[in-house]
Design a binder for this molecule. Sequence first.
Ligand SMILES: [Zn+2]
Length: 178
Amino acid sequence: MTVEDGGDLAGVPDGFGRLWVPHRMAYIGGENKDGCAFCRAPERSDEESLIVTRGTTAYALLNLYPYNGGHVLVCPYRHVADYTDLTTDEMIEVAELTRTAMTVLRAVSGPDGFNLGMNQGAVAGAGIAAHLHQHVVPRWAGDANFLPIVGRTRALPELLADTRARLAAAWPVAEERH
Ligand SMILES: [Zn+2]
């Protein structure tokens, strides 16, 4: 299985090819291509689904189609599409997981900035429009190199399995509410 054939693993396809710098991929394919990837991901192990942490109403996983190394997605467990569909508890936990993802990514890989956001609806660019997901994309100065422009390909210096393990290890045990 190639990187671009993600099976039913969770991620948001974006039409870019990807040049993976390491030589070997560590993906485990799914057995069923039906259903929603964000609903199915929590049914598998953290390693299989690239889940970084599991909360009470929401969880965080790596995007199978990262814009950058450490591209995290925060999703409610419930299959809801729109931000206004979230319960207050889900809204708070999605926000808390987003905040913690920034803290963890800063500690692990020292990005210079982040893009945060949700694409609401396919017309707005949501790859999996039916299941809400918040993007947490770490950015580094100079990370937008020539490859996305010339080759529709992104260079990613670390395997997703390794990124997941580093973020999961650095994730605090319990979410702290301020
Ligand atoms: Zn879903």
